[in-house]
Structure formats: structure tokens, C-alpha cells
Write a protein that binds this ligand. Structure first.
Ligand code: DWN
Ligand code: ZN
Length: 411
């Protein structure tokens, strides 16, 4: 059994999703025969309460010069980053010469709101193409993984940071202790770390099992985050639930004793204990719900096929790779997936090899049904696809339950 990435105890497997391709491994036909697969198993450590993957994929297979996810592609996320940037700038970056580091800065979606304020900043991003996009957007960026060596280099060049930011990033970092050491080096003694990631309570509560894939090595809760950070002299001083990505948590962290501690931390811990995030039975129940969700989705798609309906996937998300491969949904059930990202278009989805097409193909003509893989952007997408509804098209969702939207469930 694998040792826990936080405390070294054994991690209990909860669910094995099967051999899985890379969530963002969109590929061409000539690369089908060499496609990479690994065992996707979600596990839980009862000792420190960290939910995590049992097998990790080598980092360079996932984060490289052709990383296909650009953080700025959703207007909802762009607004979220703008609000976060302004809050941080006004509250924590007012000192003359203040310096902020963002770990996993992608295409600069967050820092591009800070750069124009003249605040010293640095994005650290290992994927070359998105790092380049950030630089062209005026965001100072270094293309590398964030570890103690990178942290020392940053301090040598810029000095220590007043604030370290990370959004949807820490859950991707396999060695959490090396990450914490790097944070110890880079943060000023009274510096603040603010990070947000998809929240385990929402993932389980909404049966959002598609958030489980190679890039997400960890699934955080305040219980497990505290266990990890206190080993390195940090403490969480505030937690704030966020609606983005289907339910995320923002953690505000400082060195022990340096920041005022809000009551939100203890309140959230209590909520987690009441919910049962510390109990293995909660995870077994989650597993049963995942099985049920798969059966329902397959039954629905099969029925629509038998009725001769056209179904198209909407948004070739990383999450869709888990659903498509775990449920074994092929072009028998879904014609193609429409996606706005040029680097994904005219390629095939990982594993099931469903064609990915630009949105122009979605409209010509509209399908009968669209399976919404970007359910986390539902409001933004349904608002912009009003013509699809007017043409009689219907949305299919599978989070938090399998349903044709407006019909309230599978018949
Ligand atoms: O953690 C991660 C999160 C933050 O972002 C990464 N590991 C990768 C990525 O996950 P994802 O791919 O599931 O993210 P999204 O934001 O749910 O999906 C984005 C995809 O959806 C892009 O390929 C663009 C596409 N999309 C679209 O085709 N039409 C998105 C919108 C909003 C649209 O209108
Ligand atoms: Zn553990």
C-alpha cells in the first residue's frame, strides 16, 4: 500500500477507476498506439485525513510546453481572479516595494490584474506555452516548477515575498513537503499565503468524481491541510468557501502566531467532522454513489441513442477524461466534443478518442442534446448558448445528479 504524501501512513484505496489516460492528453490519430495510461485510484489516509491518488504520473508527462488548459478561457474565472487580485492588492500589498509570488500562474489570469498596479510580482509556471502567454500579457514569469531551489533563486533575485498566491495549483503538487519548504524560504516572516483548490466536501457532496484525475494528486479539506501545514510551522488563519470549480476553498495561512486567527477555521473543521470527512465509511458511500452515477448516465445516453437522438459533448475539460473513460463512453454515444481551445480542436479526447471540434461545429446544425462536461461553468455557458435552447436543444448534466436539465432525471 502507498505511503501517505503527508504523514507516511498507509493510504486505503477507495475506488479504482481503471487504466486511465492523461486528463489533458488530447492527441492525434498517429499517437493512439503510444498513448500513456496509468492506474487511477482515489484513496484516503485515515491518520491525517488527506484524500489522494495512490499512483502519481511523472510531472513532465502532464506539465510541458503544450499544456492545453488556459486559465483565462472562462469569463466567470476571469472575473473571479480580478476580484481576488484586487482584494489581495488592497489588503496585503500596500507597502512600498511589496512583492507577490504566484505559484502555478498559468497564462497570468490572476497576476495580469496586479501587474498594471505597478506591484512587484512573479509568476512561477512549469508549462512553457502558458508561461509564454503570461509573459506576453505583461506578467513577469519564470518557467519552472516551484521547489526549494526555485524559492532560493527567487529570494536571491527579488527578496522574500509579502504574499504567495496559488489557485487550483497546490492540489497538483505531488511533494507537499518540498512545497512547504519552498514556502518557508520564499515568504517573509510575517508574509501571507493564500491558496484555493477544489474542496473535498463539495467533491463528495456533489458526487463530482470527475475532479479525480492524474493532475490532482490531493483533495484538500481544512482537516488535512492543517495536518500538512502545521508540520512546517504554518497555520490556517481563515477559510472562505468559493463557488468556482464546483466548490472550492480559499485558505489564508501564516507562520504560527503571526496573523490573527478567524473563527471560520474551527467552524469549518466542525462542519467537516459533522459531514464525516474523517470517516472511511463516508468514502465508501461516495464510491457507491459514483457507481450509481455511471449506471444512470450510461442508461440515459443509451436510451437517447436508441431513440435516434444526436448527443454532443460540450467542453473538452480535463474532468471529461475521467467520466468518458470510467463510463466507457465512445463515439457510439457521443458524436464529438465542442471546445473553444484551439490547441484541443481537431485532436481526439484521451483514451476514448472522441473527436474534439470547434464551437462552429456545435451550431451546424445543433444536436438534440449536449452533455455538459464544463458543469462548473454552467451559468456562463447556458447564457451564451440561448440559440441552442431556442432550437430545441437540451442540456444533460451528471453533477450533482444525472439529468436532462428541466426534466428532473433519467426516465
Ligand atoms: O485544476 C485544473 C482546473 C482549474 O482547470 C486543471 N487541472 C485543468 C483545468 O480543468 P478543466 O479542464 O476541467 O477546466 P474547466 O475550466 O472546467 O474547463 C475548461 C475547458 O472548457 C476548456 O477546454 C475550454 C472549455 N470551454 C468551452 O469549450 N466553452 C469552457 C467554456 C467556459 C466555454 O464556454
Ligand atoms: Zn496521512
Amino acid at each position: 500500500m502507498k505511503g501517505c504524501g503527508v504523514c507516511g501512513s498507509s493510504v486505503e484505496p477507495v475506488i479504482f477507476f481503471g487504466r486511465m489516460p492523461l486528463a489533458n492528453g488530447f492527441l492525434r490519430q498517429e499517437d493512439f498506439s503510444t498513448e500513456y495510461f496509468y492506474d487511477l485510484t482515489f484513496g484516503f489516509c485515515s491518520n491525517c485525513r488527506m484524500a489522494q491518488l495512490i499512483e502519481n504520473v511523472p510531472l513532465e508527462k502532464m506539465f510541458h510546453a503544450e499544456y492545453p488548459f488556459f486559465s483565462s478561457t472562462s469569463s466567470g474565472m476571469t472575473q473571479h481572479f480580478r476580484r481576488l487580485a484586487h482584494e489581495v492588492a488592497h489588503r496585503w500589498l500596500q507597502a512600498p516595494n511589496a512583492f507577490v509570488v504566484e505559484v502555478g500562474s498559468n497564462d497570468g489570469a490572476l497576476l495580469r490584474n496586479i501587474a498594471p498596479l505597478g506591484i512587484r510580482h512573479l509568476g512561477v509556471e512549469p508549462s512553457g506555452n502558458v508561461a509564454k502567454a503570461a509573459s506576453s500579457n505583461g506578467v513577469e514569469t519564470t518557467c519552472r516548477f516551484f521547489d526549494p531551489v526555485a524559492a532560493r533563486d527567487i529570494v536571491a533575485t527579488y527578496g522574500q515575498a509579502d504574499v504567495v498566491l496559488a489557485t487550483n495549483c497546490f492540489c497538483h503538487i505531488q511533494d507537499l513537503h518540498s512545497l512547504a519548504e519552498a514556502l518557508e524560504i520564499v515568504l517573509k516572516p510575517v508574509g501571507v499565503l493564500i491558496f484555493e483548490d477544489p474542496y473535498l466536501g463539495d467533491l463528495i457532496g456533489n458526487v463530482a468524481y470527475d475532479q479525480i484525475y492524474d493532475e490532482h494528486s490531493y483533495y484538500f479539506s481544512i482537516l488535512s491541510v492543517d495536518h500538512w501545514l502545521t508540520q512546517h510551522g504554518f497555520e490556517t488563519v481563515d477559510v472562505r468557501p468559493q463557488t468556482v470549480h464546483g466548490g472550492s476553498m480559499r485558505y489564508v495561512v501564516g507562520r504560527v502566531g503571526t496573523c490573527e486567527r478567524s473563527r471560520s477555521v474551527d467552524t469549518q473543521k466542525e462542519r467537516e467532522l459533522n459531514f464525516g470527512l474523517q470517516r472511511f465509511e463516508t468514502y465508501l458511500d461516495f464510491r457507491s454513489k459514483i457507481h450509481f452515477s455511471r449506471e444512470k448516465l450510461l442508461r440515459l445516453l443509451q436510451r437517447l441513442k436508441n431513440e435516434g437522438r444526436r448527443v454532443v459533448g460540450y467542453a473538452a475539460t480535463s474532468k471529461s477524461t475521467t467520466v468518458l473513460n470510467y463510463c466507457e463512453i465512445s463515439t457510439e454515444l457521443i458524436e464529438f466534443i465542442s471546445d473553444t481551445t484551439p490547441i484541443k480542436q481537431w485532436k481526439y479526447s484521451p483514451g476514448m478518442h472522441i473527436p474534439v471540434r470547434p464551437p462552429t461545429e456545435f451550431e451546424s446544425p445543433y444536436p438534440d442534446y449536449a452533455l455538459l462536461f464544463a458543469w462548473n461553468h454552467a451559468e456562463e455557458i447556458t447564457n451564451k448558448e440561448l440559440h441552442f435552447n431556442e432550437a430545441g436543444g437540451r442540456w444533460i448534466r451528471y453533477v450533482p445528479r444525472v439529468e436532462i436539465v428541466g426534466e428532473g432525471g433519467d426516465k
